[in-house]
Design a protein around this ligand. Structure first.
Ligand code: PAF
Length: 282
């Protein structure tokens, strides 16, 4: 595993492998790696010849300065974890290396960026698109791997790839969960023990909601999820929406065609957690 901190050194190494006709799989991360990330890296390794992982806490996607400051940075242990799977190249640039000049680009993802995460973190997806499009341009991967936990991010990235006509295939990867069901996230490291203990309620409630979809109305399920989680006292739901899996438009009832996804954001103290569940009813 080789670690690169500059664009030119990474590109030199990649030119060699690309000239030989090897396919490149790319896993973008912000570090603080966990087994969810490793599952993306393993999937990339099973589908492409050379696996590149980026570790970069991207300032342009943070809407809250404290969140950016507090975001866990654990490069040494990240590299240790990555050496336990097949990762060929790690790209860990500085902010100056990624943004030698300010990125003033404005993307327009229409409806996709105005709901859920977009509503509560305005500008977030613009920052994600800035950094991911830059990383794609540097690395030129054939395939890029994104976790389904960030369901809306995946939809935004797919749209960006279509809008920009980029020759990269986006590969969605299943959510990886802790033993008690909590979706793995770098932010879990920030949870104080009392919040960590009750955070499993989020997924337990989503699973119960899924069972109710055959007998209860969509509105009943929305209220059920919000009330059940908030009743805990330590958790506070920011939003819970049931949306069409492609358009992310809110669904009115379960009879509408197409799969629906229940997407949720919850505050566990100061830590914001997101999760989702697919309601494949039809
Ligand atoms: O999902 C993340 O960790 C980040 O949003 C990403 C895709 C690495 C861009 O900074």
């Amino acid at each position: 595993m080789k670690v690169f901190t500059t664009v030119t050194s990474l590109q030199e190494a990649l030119k060699d492998v690309q000239d030989k006709g090897f396919t490149v799989g790319f896993v973008p991360t912000m570090g603080a790696l966990h087994y969810g990330h490793l599952s993306l890296v393993a999937k990339a390794g099973s589908m492409t010849d050379i696996v590149v992982v980026s570790i970069f806490v991207n300032p342009t996607q943070f809407t809250d300065k404290n969140d950016l400051t507090n975001y866990p940075r654990t490069l040494e242990s990240d590299l240790k974890l990555l050496s336990s799977v097949r990762c060929d190249y790690v790209f860990s640039p500085s902010v100056e290396e990624m943004y030698p000049v300010e990125d003033t680009r404005k993307f327009d993802f229409g409806y996709l960026e105005t709901v859920m995460e977009g509503e509560f973190r305005p500008g977030h997806f613009n920052g994600v698109a800035q950094v991911v499009s830059k990383l794609f341009a540097i690395i030129l991967p054939q395939k890029a791997f994104f976790g389904l936990k960030d369901f809306q991010q995946l939809a935004v990235i797919r749209k960006m790839v279509r809008q920009m006509g980029l020759p990269v295939e986006i590969v969605p990867c299943d959510i990886v969960r802790e033993g008690d069901g909590l979706a793995m996230s770098s932010r879990n490291k920030l949870l104080l023990p009392e919040y960590r203990n009750c955070a499993s309620i989020i997924y337990q409630t989503l699973k119960e909601a899924k069972e109710l979809t055959t007998t209860k109305s969509l509105q009943f399920i929305k209220d059920f999820v919000v009330n059940r989680i908030n009743a805990n006292g330590l958790l506070k739901v920011e939003y819970f929406e049931i949306v069409d899996e492609n358009s992310l438009m809110p669904s009115k009832n379960f009879n509408e065609p197409g799969a629906k996804v229940g997407c949720i954001a919850v505050f566990a103290g100061k830590v914001r957690l997101i999760d989702n569940i697919i309601f494949d009813i039809n």
